[in-house]
Write a protein that binds this ligand. Structure first.
Ligand code: DC
Length: 231
């Protein structure tokens, strides 16, 4: 049987990381894990429970009360995130959560909590995980690391279209500001900032459609699987 590998996809917000990760996981029969959803679900819990996240003790206590799980939804052929047995896959995409998630994701205790679970999920390999620090911190020895990027204006437009479908009151300015703010915080935080791993392959999809980017990434995957099975 072919040996399985770990595929990490990191990059800026709204670069299409999750679209590509889902496509690859489906094609390969691998598990897909959206690590950003974990930080979003933790943020939702903090907001709902009025946790003062500047207080380390309060954060540590709150994390003890959080149980995160990915549950497969056969009707959509995707895994959805559950926070303490509640499906929060959709509510965590809200701008209210997006506005705070980068601050929460910068907290060391929060990252330790999420990273430990992510590493467990990858123990058996055969996984595609997307995020910001997956190739650098979570799986530094992953066989294939992809770093995704795209022009800012394209990213804003894509994200705007996605959010507008759910909430027509959202403005393009709001989306642009939120993306810029998150990219800044994500790449400047002290703990595990967004960085391109030295051995990552860069995928700039500014001028690629979904099919083209998928084909490019799948070629990389095939090469890595052949190398893995030869070695
Ligand atoms: O991928 P996303 O936009 O759903 O991620 C939400 C936020 O979580 C993002 O602003 C940065 C943070 N994040 C992180 O710090 N590390 C990860 N591995 C994934 C996401």
């Amino acid at each position: 049987m072919s040996k399985k590998i770990i595929i990490t996809i990191d990059g800026w917000s709204s670069c299409g990381k999750s679209t590509l990760a889902k496509q690859l996981a489906r094609e390969l029969g691998y598990v897909y894990v959206d690590s950003g959803a974990m930080y979003r679900a933790i943020t939702l819990y903090f907001l709902r429970n009025h946790i003062d996240w500047t207080e380390k003790k309060e954060v540590q206590q709150a994390l003890k009360d959080i149980n995160l799980e990915f549950v497969y939804n056969p009707s959509k052929n995707v895994s959805e995130i559950y926070l303490n047995d509640e499906n929060v896959e959709y509510v965590i995409r809200d701008l209210v959560v997006a506005e705070k998630v980068s601050d929460i994701a910068a907290i060391k205790e929060v990252r330790d909590f999420a990273v430990a679970q992510q590493q467990k999920m990858g123990a058996k390999k055969g996984i595609v995980m997307d995020g910001r620090d997956i190739g650098t911190v979570v799986f530094p020895k992953a066989e294939l690391k992809i770093f995704m990027t795209a022009d800012n204006s394209i990213r804003v437009e894509r994200r705007f279209r996605e959010l507008y479908d759910k909430n027509p009151n959202v403005s393009i300015e709001e989306v642009k500001n939120n993306l810029e703010m998150r990219d800044y915080i994500d790449s400047h935080r002290e703990v595990s900032p967004l960085r391109q791993a030295k051995d990552a392959l860069v995928l700039d999809n500014t001028h690629l459609n979904e099919k083209e980017q998928f084909e490019k990434a799948l070629n990389w995957v095939k090469i890595k699987i052949v190398e893995k099975n030869a070695g």
